[in-house]
Ligand binder design. Structure first.
Ligand code: ZN
Length: 206
């Protein structure tokens, strides 16, 4: 019988085509030719992604709670948090920049993290199947946002120039933001659409 395409996997290093098998917990599948790690137990990699999403969410909250940038607005020096910075941008009539910052720094990362966490909880409890399916579809699309983190850093640098006088506040918030970007890249890199769908169908239908 011809194997189903979903059951095949190509080694990233040597491009040998191999058949996918279900792995027990804590096990990894390696290439028969070059020994490259092909994939891990689906539940293990999913749990890892979930743990990183929760870490990422905590860092996100820290990064948004403390001042990240110091600016001079109407003669006064203000230490701004990310939310108050976005508010100031709108207030100073920088609508486009304000909206870009809002999307790049808040909406995009928050929606990915929350979706991953919600999908994780729903799959484990085997509830809200149809909503989970939509969220997974969204996560698959969000994979194309990997560049957004680099964008985040450039935005902050651009902001310093935008406000006549501004400095990045290298406090807890900046550290949290940098860590957040790193963890976020890791989460996005680890979202493998095929695995999400396999895990989904195994938990709800299998
Ligand atoms: Zn190989």
């Amino acid at each position: 019988m011809e194997p189903n395409l979903d059951e095949l996997i190509i080694c990233r290093r040597c491009e040998t085509l191999q058949k996918r098998v279900e792995l027990p917990k804590k096990k990894v599948a390696k290439c028969i030719e070059c020994n490259e790690v092909l994939y891990r137990n689906i539940e293990d990699s999913f749990n890892k992604g979930l743990a990183f999403s929760i870490t990422s969410l905590i860092l996100f909250i820290i990064a948004n709670s403390f001042p990240i940038i110091t600016v001079l607005i109407t003669g006064q020096i203000n230490a701004l948090t990310i939310p108050s910075m976005i508010y100031s941008l709108y207030n100073e009539d920088f609508f486009v920049v304000g909206s870009i910052v809002l999307v790049v720094l808040v909406i995009a990362p928050l929606s990915v993290m929350l979706s991953y966490i919600i999908v994780g909880v729903f799959i484990k409890l085997k509830i809200f199947k149809s909503l989970t399916r939509h969220l997974i579809a969204f996560l698959v699309i969000s994979k194309s946002w990997e560049m957004i983190d680099i964008f985040t850093v450039s935005i902050l640098v651009a902001l310093v120039k935008l406000f006549g006088y501004a400095e990045i506040h290298f406090g807890l918030s900046a550290v949290a933001l940098v860590l957040f970007v790193i963890v976020d890249i890791f989460v996005l890199k680890n979202i493998k659409p095929v695995e999400l769908w396999t895990y989904y169908s195994r938990e709800y239908c299998g």
